[in-house]
Design a protein around this ligand. Structure first.
Ligand SMILES: Cc1cc2nc3c(=O)[nH]c(=O)nc-3n(C[C@H](O)[C@H](O)[C@H](O)COP(=O)(O)OP(=O)(O)OC[C@H]3O[C@@H](n4cnc5c(N)ncnc54)[C@H](O)[C@@H]3O)c2cc1C
Length: 379
């Protein structure tokens, strides 16, 4: 068993931390208030290859694997979970193309996306379903050499950026769920105003309306009827992004609690001397360590797993444990801050709004526990 980072992993972690400290930390409040990530930040992330970390170099990626991806995401999320949300959803969408796409599709859609010139999406959820693929109503009707796609997708991250979207629809001839690559600049593809969500500001969330969006039949991802498998595998990899985003939140909560405990004084001495505050800090520190190793391990498993069922279980387990731990850690860091933590001037106020999102998305925590229980009981 080896707990040390490789030289390459340590370098990429350092590069992400330095970028976050220098360019994101100074504007986290601006991103939160304006609910927008400045274009130059996205450009900077692209220049550092952070939009293509785990993907092969021949398709424009950094070829650095999912452990490096986890290390980068942790640092980005600690500074701004909205930025982490953009990279996470992008890597989820692009990961499906990388894993299931053919040579032409990968060349066509990955090169620009790995450089951040295009930002990918992964669109499953609809107004009528977030957890049950069988209830998908979006249709893809064969029309000569192409498909006409009609339907509404709800709560889709990054859907307003140019680039490819992996869209799940019922294929007309088979009646089966199939994944399609849709260019977000296609005629008939429009999006709503952004949802006014409570946290993770800067990460855009819109509904997608598709009205007779015509796409060539060669844009089927994988094969007709493979949609459910692509969804399951894709979402398992997506949970690597969500887990590391939550881990970054715990790191930020820990840092904010420590900083405040040393700065705030009672009777001229820092509140860090109170045992009640020390107990909170110790609890947050323990959560961070446990979640760190669980998430780093998931990154390793994403690169090396042999059994997809076990990987799906470990992804569900990690995402649930780490995102629920963030909610607890944020509550404890809030307690260290007293009433000041409720004020927008303090970063913990933002972390508190951000933290509840992880357990609610990419499969709510209860559904993750069902996956964990099923695999555990039947292994
Ligand atoms: C910030 C954010 C980003 C998102 N990004 C994307 C994206 O990029 N792409 C995308 O496709 N979606 C995205 N979503 C949507 C999100 O993944 C779904 O909303 C989420 O999976 C939950 O679905 P739901 O809201 O329909 O909840 P439901 O499925 O309606 O669940 C509600 C409750 O019912 C319970 N429940 C549901 N079904 C069952 C069952 N069979 N058995 C027992 N209990 C059940 C659940 O446990 C839960 O407690 C995003 C959402 C947010 C907030």
């Amino acid at each position: 068993m080896e707990f040390a980072l490789t030289k390459e992993q340590a370098l990429i972690q350092k590069a992400a931390r330095e970028y976050a400290d220098k360019f994101i930390e100074p504007i986290w409040k601006q991103i939160d208030e304006e609910n927008k990530v400045p274009d130059e930040i996205l450009k900077g992330l692209g220049e550092l290859d952070l939009f293509g970390i785990p993907f092969p170099e021949e398709y424009g990626g950094a070829g650095a694997g999912y452990v490096s991806y986890v290390l980068v995401m942790e640092q980005l999320a600690a500074a701004s979970s909205g930025i982490a949300m953009i990279v996470s959803a992008h890597t989820l969408g692009l990961g499906a193309i990388s894993r299931f796409g053919n040579e032409e599709q990968k060349k066509k859609y990955m090169l620009k996306a790995c450089k951040g010139e295009h930002i990918a999406s992964f669109a499953f959820t609809e107004p009528g379903t977030g957890s049950d693929p069988k209830q998908i109503t979006t249709t893809a009707v064969k029309d000569g050499d192409s498909y006409l796609i009609n339907g509404t997708k709800r709560f889709i991250s990054n859907a307003n950026f140019p680039g490819p979207a992996v869209i799940f629809a019922n294929e007309s001839e088979s009646g089966k769920i199939t994944a399609f690559i849709v260019d977000k600049s296609s005629a008939g593809y429009t999006v709503s105003e952004p949802w006014d969500k409570n946290g993770m500001h800067g990460g855009p969330l819109v509904d997608v309306y598709m009205k007779n969006v015509r796409i060539p039949a060669e844009n089927i991802l994988g094969e007709i009827g493979m949609g459910y498998s692509i969804l399951q595998v894709g979402i398992s990899f997506g949970k690597v992004g969500m887990s590391s985003t939550a881990l970054g939140g715990i790191l930020a909560a820990r840092n904010e609690a420590v900083k405040y405990a040393k700065e705030k004084t009672h009777r001229d001495l820092p509140i860090a001397r109170f045992q009640s505050v020390q107990l909170l800090i110790a609890d947050i520190a323990a959560k961070y360590e446990a979640c760190k190793w669980l998430t780093y391990r998931l990154g390793y498993q994403a690169d090396h797993f042999k059994d997809p069922r076990q990987f799906a279980k470990d992804a569900a387990l990690t995402k649930t444990f780490v995102s629920e731990s963030l909610v607890d850690a944020a509550r404890q860091a809030m307690a260290v801050h007293g009433s000041y933590g409720l004020m927008r001037d303090y970063k913990i106020e933002r972390i508190w709004r951000d933290c509840i999102i992880g357990p609610q998305i990419e499969g709510v925590s209860d559904m993750q526990k069902v996956i964990v229980a099923n695999v555990t009981l039947n292994s």
